[in-house]
Ligand binder design. Structure first.
Ligand SMILES: [Zn+2]
Ligand SMILES: [Zn+2]
Length: 265
């Protein structure tokens, strides 16, 4: 199969700068954090890949991977904070939040061993051991099958990063089984993540790639460059730009035919 037809979704890895201060409550530090996060995604939501940076304005929210209600220390813990659109942040991610409460002893251990302090505000941009441990525990809780961002979650069986792929011909998100050897439980975890963020839900799933493909056909294989509405389109356009105009047109026609029934009306 053409490798253009299967898009691998990344775990987002922000490049924090040592000389910059990041934080959640302080406005200047918050601005720095927002910037480093949208730079790592290109301006898209880390969970549904929709654009959150529109015409230089940020519409996304800072999103605490492990909810800050669990521990005050998590509020300012930089590697615990990602970037999400308001729907993922305030609605989809919150589902079952009350069920996935971390046990008291796990929290105490985290608060004792965590290297971030609230008082002296030592900068933590690399996840400390305590955070890694609490993240592992969190992922095993009921209702917590979420590929936390930034940096993602590693599978407990395969040891590989749990990831998604996007099948262009069916316009569907799937567990990234090509190139990974996930266990049955890991696959279920990823599938639950896909359901949680309604990635394949007819009401919410992205239509941007379909629109883009249609445009390429209308322009006889020439790619237009503008602010795409979804990370997938940017990635697809990048891959397509290596092809000739004729090849691009042929490929887009094939995609259009196989997805027309899903999106064409
Ligand atoms: Zn989103
Ligand atoms: Zn920390």
């Amino acid at each position: 199969m053409d490798d253009l037809l299967l898009i691998q979704l990344p775990a987002f890895q922000p490049h924090y700068k040592r000389w910059k201060k990041y934080g959640y409550k302080n406005p200047k530090e918050k601005e720095n954090l927002q910037k480093v996060l949208w730079e790592s995604t290109g301006g898209y939501c880390m969970y549904c890949y929709s654009r959150v940076l529109v015409d230089r304005k940020l519409f996304g929210n800072l999103e605490h991977a492990i909810e800050k209600s669990n521990s005050k220390k998590l509020t300012e813990c930089i590697p615990n904070i990602g970037l999400a659109c308001s729907i993922c942040n305030q609605s989809f991610k919150r589902r079952a939040e009350h069920v996935r409460k971390l046990p008291e002893d796990v929290l105490t251990e985290y608060e004792t061993n965590s290297r971030c302090t609230l008082e002296k505000r030592k900068q933590c941009t690399v996840p400390c051991k305590a955070l890694k441990k609490v993240r592992r525990c969190y992922s095993q809780l009921p209702g917590a099958q979420i590929i936390l961002q930034p940096m993602g979650v590693n599978g407990w069986d395969s040891g590989e990063p749990l990831a998604l792929q996007f099948d262009v011909l069916s316009m569907c998100f799937q567990p990234a089984v090509s190139g990974h050897s996930y266990s049955e439980q890991e696959i279920q975890y990823i599938e639950e993540h896909i359901r949680r963020f309604h990635l394949n839900d007819p009401k919410y799933r992205t239509k941007s790639l379909f629109e883009f493909v249609k445009q390429v056909i209308d322009h006889h294989g020439i790619l237009s460059n503008y602010e795409y509405n979804n990370w997938l389109v940017e990635q697809f356009a990048k891959m397509l730009s290596d092809r000739s105009q004729e090849e691009a047109l042929k490929l887009c026609e094939a995609i259009y035919c196989s997805t027309f029934l899903k999106f064409g009306n």
